[in-house]
Design a protein around this ligand. Structure first.
Ligand SMILES: Cc1cc2nc3c(=O)[nH]c(=O)nc-3n(C[C@H](O)[C@H](O)[C@H](O)COP(=O)(O)OP(=O)(O)OC[C@H]3O[C@@H](n4cnc5c(N)ncnc54)[C@H](O)[C@@H]3O)c2cc1C
Length: 411
């Protein structure tokens, strides 16, 4: 049975996808004064990759041009309840970014410079100082450790739920269990959205369908350069000595991260057996929890994590998390109107960072529809690849390569 609410027959803007990007877009559009907005999801709110995220924030970029975007995001999280009316669980415990070798020191320095350029406190720590903050951390030979006190982590489902509730309070109609089956385009412009529960005439469509974005847009003849790539993490049973207030730890060389979760550690990592997917290869009813866990990925990740956290050698695993974030060939987000279809805005290419970057990405969507440019978004244009990576094989290999070097500041 589709939908909790009768779907309207007309709207100004239809948002497809109730993950963190679609809900942020709907919230920001409504907060910018746009009216007659409908958000549709084929399942519940936050029913895709969003609830499986580690929810870590990382607002200090190596590329300083991104600072206006990233500071918008962290400012927003610090005042989420003020903005939306709903509190989220933001643990602003700080983060430790650790370079084990000289090779990755420049990324630490660049982030330190970024923090200081906006007057934020961030500092280099010794391995001993870092261990005082994160008790089980054992990296005595680390070449550089950056402590960024404004970083932390959020409970990802609460973020999408907060945006959705804030959007609804501002007049957005939210229809869950309503799959969108197509977008009608007439003379190169969006005309309507077709759903399992009927057609909605609209001028604007925001496509924020997560892993399904590329596949969905293919029916419009588009070749969106963002592919779903598997990402996995696990949560250990409680470990004595782990504190709820300890910072997020990121080991750049081995691309491992760890943060406290329910008395244990949530551990994830990039570059382990990178694998992209064509969503057409899955059955129609595929949902993110159906994604098979790759046990070799988990084993390689655990082996790497043990080097920095020896306590993990004997830790029991109580939960596995996995999902399909979307990656682009240059490691940058994908958010703009599409050249070929007037009124179609894509919000994708989350780079496994969609939770923390959701305020900025939602704001850019609102800017596009409102004809404003409060955040620089030139680098995120959907059509920036021109003819590059036009073939599936080249696109998928490059996106897997980008994922494989996620922490290495290659792009
Ligand atoms: C293990 C793991 C750890 C992660 N850690 C972090 C982290 O620490 N920090 C961080 O910022 N990010 C992290 N991420 C990434 C984060 O989860 C994603 O960036 C984010 O959830 C992407 O949100 P989304 O809205 O694009 O996609 P989704 O959450 O997948 O939402 C897409 C929605 O679109 C809907 N949809 C699809 N097709 C249709 C259709 N035809 N009609 C209607 N609805 C449709 C789906 O049902 C779904 O609800 C992590 C991810 C994983 C898997």
């Amino acid at each position: 049975m589709p939908g909790d609410v009768d779907i309207p027959r007309e709207a100004q803007i239809v948002v497809i996808g109730g993950g963190v990007l679609g809900t942020s877009a709907a919230f920001h559009l409504a907060a910018a004064g746009q009216q007659n907005i409908v958000l549709l999801d084929r399942g519940p709110i936050a029913g895709g990759t969003t609830p499986f995220a580690a929810g870590q924030t990382a607002y200090l970029p190596a590329n300083q041009a991104l600072l206006p975007f990233t500071t918008y995001c962290i400012d927003f999280f610090e005042r989420f309840a003020e903005h939306t009316g709903y509190a989220i669980d933001f643990h602003q415990n700080g983060s430790l970014r650790i370079a084990l070798t000289e090779q990755h020191l420049s990324g630490i320095d660049a982030r330190l410079e970024a923090a200081h350029s906006i007057g934020d406190a961030a500092e280099r720590l010794t391995p001993q100082q870092a261990r005082e903050l994160a008790p089980h951390l054992d990296v005595p030979d680390a070449k550089g450790i950056l402590f960024a006190p404004r970083d932390g982590y959020v409970e990802p489902r609460s973020v999408a739920a907060g945006y959705a509730a804030g959007a609804r309070d501002r007049g957005v109609t939210i229809c869950t269990r309503t799959p969108v089956t197509g977008v009608e385009v007439v003379d190169g412009a969006v005309q309507a959205v077709q759903t399992a529960a009927g057609t909605i005439r609209t001028q604007w469509v925001v496509l924020a369908a997560g892993a399904w974005t590329r596949q969905f847009s293919q029916q419009l003849g588009l070749n969106i350069r963002a592919v779903p790539v598997r990402h996995q993490a696990f949560v250990t049973a409680p470990l004595s000595g782990v504190t709820a207030s300890q910072p997020v730890v990121r080991i750049v060389d081995t691309q491992v991260y760890a943060r406290p979760e329910a008395g244990g550690l949530l551990v994830g990592g990039y570059g382990y057996r990178p694998l992209s997917f064509d969503m057409d290869a899955f059955p129609n009813r595929f949902e993110i929890p159906d994604l098979e866990a790759d046990q070799i990925y988990f084993q390689q990740l655990t082996d790497a994590a043990i080097e920095a956290f020896p306590v993990l050698r004997d830790a029991g695993v109580i939960q596995e998390r996995r999902g399909l974030p979307t990656i682009t060939p240059d490691g940058q987000y994908l958010v703009s109107e599409v050249d070929q279809v007037q009124g179609l805005v894509v919000a994708s290419g989350c780079q496994v960072g969609g939770i923390w970057s959701s305020p900025g990405l939602g704001r850019i969507v609102a800017d596009i529809v409102s004809g404003q440019d409060s955040l620089p978004a030139e680098a995120f244009k959907v059509d920036r690849f021109a003819d590059a990576y036009a073939h599936d094989t080249a696109l998928r290999s490059q996106c897997e390569r980008v994922y494989a070097g996620h922490y290495w500041d290659l792009y």
